[in-house]
Design a binder for this molecule. Structure first.
Ligand code: FAD
Ligand code: SIN
Length: 535
């Protein structure tokens, strides 16, 4: 099937839906098609717990403080102009979401928003809805999107590849000037057909990459598809070595995919990191103790676990008020109880897990990628906001700010860009149904092992080299399979994950220093010059 749409949005998380709603309101006669690879409500957005950071209490907080906290966490690699844009425009975007029906908790007495605090923040500035902020934001966005008849959400549609001049038979390499995007090929998972989707504007909002590691807080959809597609289309990708590990996922000896998150807001609420013996250890690493930025806390936990040979460390909440705790963190409380842990009586076992990709598709201040007519927003993009380490609760904010800026940039342009009719349909010639799915599932397992053991929180040249060698073998085997096998979501996810693993490892190899989330035992210091790693 061939479908034409004015705006093609890949992903139905906060970035995709925010953009779709804005485009639909402004262009009532234009069509906005949103693809989502499972159901519309499944995304990283849905699982966000802590909340969204925004300067709200102007008596205590200032834009300057939020900017400084973001720059400090980013360890010298943030783009200051972008940080200022996001911090200053953020509250307007949050207000818009409130106007669309999103609820955030308020203080009982004053009726003001109940602002929480998380690691690296010098003030209370996190708006939240209990510990289900992402669920609430996604709910409000989906409800608002349904009010516009020109938005169509196609569920179980898997975007496979971006369409460029390459598909018209032209040679396209990484330095080809004027590469353009004409839409994408997508697998309709319900009938197995591959459709050609032609668009005037394409916006990639496909979210994170957490599934490249064995242990991650990201749901199974987070396989980095948009970043991998853009890289295959010869678009620029940057800062992929900066993988954020959340210090406190719930340790579950039975293993769980995804790992359950114990929000940083629990530490903001007074939870304290301790050893199994009940001793504090964060003073050995940072004066901000349990509320130091994530890279520092995750490395501290990792280091203590290695030193002690234990599988986890602990978060002590026993001294906190039960009523207040259960009101703010009902989901975390229930989850712990389900595993036989009563947080009011027992310390919560925690362990770091892969959580967030700070790098991604390189974009400018209007979300424009290096490919014309192709934009990116949300976790798949690299705007320069996060630098070498994202400040907690800045990502929902960034997604909304950039969705808005893409909307502004495309307002007039959409009418100037026409459909490229000469695009051929997808050819499946020479491929057959896979005989053994185990080839794919086992490769995914291998990939996760490689990344977890060799490209984790602490890296070294030897480990990175070993990872690259192993990844190359997996890449060769998978490309062979790709050439001869009918397309399936599993095969495409494996391909995409291998690309993501390669991009992370390659960027990590290039960075000959320890900065932010990239920590290597071979280079303990920082280089005097600061640069993005662009691939
Ligand atoms: P997502 O919300 O992940 O949406 C991606 C969409 O793309 C999905 O709809 C998916 O189906 C679709 N998609 C992907 N690939 C394809 C494909 N090939 N074809 C079609 N569709 C595709 N951030 C904060 O700021 N505050 C928090 O408190 C917070 N807590 C978090 C807690 C958890 C457990 C996790 C995992 C993350 C948290 N984050 C938090 C990070 C934040 O939630 C994400 O960065 C953000 O929601 C990403 O939004 P997004 O729109 O970019 O992508
Ligand atoms: C959390 O609630 O700890 C997650 C916040 C974030 O990832 O920004």
């Amino acid at each position: 099937m061939r479908i034409q749409t004015d705006f093609l949005v890949l992903g139905s998380g906060i970035a995709g839906l925010t953009f779709a709603i804005k485009a639909a309101r402004a262009h009532t006669n234009r069509k906005i098609l949103v693809l989502t690879k499972t159901v519309e409500g499944e995304s990283n957005t849905r699982y966000a717990q802590g909340g969204v950071a925004a300067v709200w209490d102007h008596e205590k907080d200032t834009f300057g403080k939020h900017v400084d906290d973001t720059l400090d966490a980013g360890d010298g690699l943030c783009r200051r102009d972008i940080v200022e844009i996001v911090v200053q425009e953020g509250p307007e975007r949050v207000q818009e979401l409130i106007d669309w029906g999103a609820r955030f908790d308020k203080e009982k007495d004053s009726g003001n928003y109940d602002l929480a605090r998380e690691g690296g923040h010098s003030e209370h500035r996190i708006l939240h809805y209990k510990d289900l902020t992402g669920w609430e934001m996604q709910r409000a966005l989906l409800e608002e999107a349904k009010r516009y008849p020109n938005i169509e959400v196609l569920e179980h549609y898997f975007a496979l590849d971006l369409i460029t001049q390459h598909h018209l038979g032209h040679m396209v390499i990484r330095v080809t000037p004027g590469i353009e995007c004409y839409g994408c090929y997508a697998l309709n998972k319900q009938n197995g057909e591959i459709d050609t989707l032609l668009s005037r504007v394409t916006v990639v909002c496909t979210g994170g990459t957490g599934q490249v590691y064995k242990s991650t807080t990201n749901p199974v959809i987070a396989t980095g598809d948009g970043i991998a597609m853009t890289y295959r289309a010869k678009g620029r990708v940057e800062n992929m070595e900066f993988v954020q590990f959340h210090p406190t996922s719930l340790y579950n000896p039975a293993g769980e995919n995804p790992s359950f998150l114990v929000s940083e807001a629990v530490r903001g609420f007074g939870g304290i990191l301790k050893t199994a013996e009940g001793e504090e250890f964060m003073h050995l690493y940072d004066e901000r103790l349990s509320l130091a930025p994530r890279d520092i806390v995750a490395r501290a936990i990792d280091s203590e676990m290695k030193k002690r040979g234990t599988d986890c460390m602990y978060l002590d909440c026993r001294h906190l008020n039960k009523d207040a705790f259960t009101a703010h963190f009902p989901t975390i409380y229930e989850k712990c109880l389900g595993l036989g842990i009563d947080p009011m009586k027992t310390m919560i076992p925690v362990v770091p897990a892969c959580h967030y990709m700070c790098g991604g598709i390189q974009v400018d201040e209007f979300g424009r990628s290096s490919i014309r007519r192709l934009y990116a927003a949300g976790e798949c993009s690299s705007t320069g906001l996060h630098g070498a380490n994202r400040l907690a609760s800045n990502s929902l904010l960034e997604a909304m700010v950039f969705a808005h800026r893409i909307f502004l940039d495309t307002l007039d342009k959409v009418g100037q860009w026409s459909f490229q009719e000469n695009v051929p349909d997808w050819s499946a010639e020479g491929t057959t149904e896979p005989k053994e799915m185990v080839l794919i599932t086992q490769s995914i397992k291998e990939l996760k092992e490689i990344m977890s053991y060799y490209v984790g929180i602490v890296r070294s040249n030897v480990r990175l080299k070993r990872a690259l060698d192993r990844l190359y073998l997996l890449y060769q085997e998978t490309e062979e399979l790709y050439k001869t096998t009918t397309i399936s979501p599993q095969l495409m996810e494996l391909r995409n994950l291998i690309t993501i693993a390669y991009l992370i490892t390659r960027s990590a190899t290039h960075r000959r220093e320890s900065r932010g989330l990239h920590y290597t035992t071979d280079y303990s210091g920082k280089l005097p010059f600061i640069e993005f790693s662009v691939l």
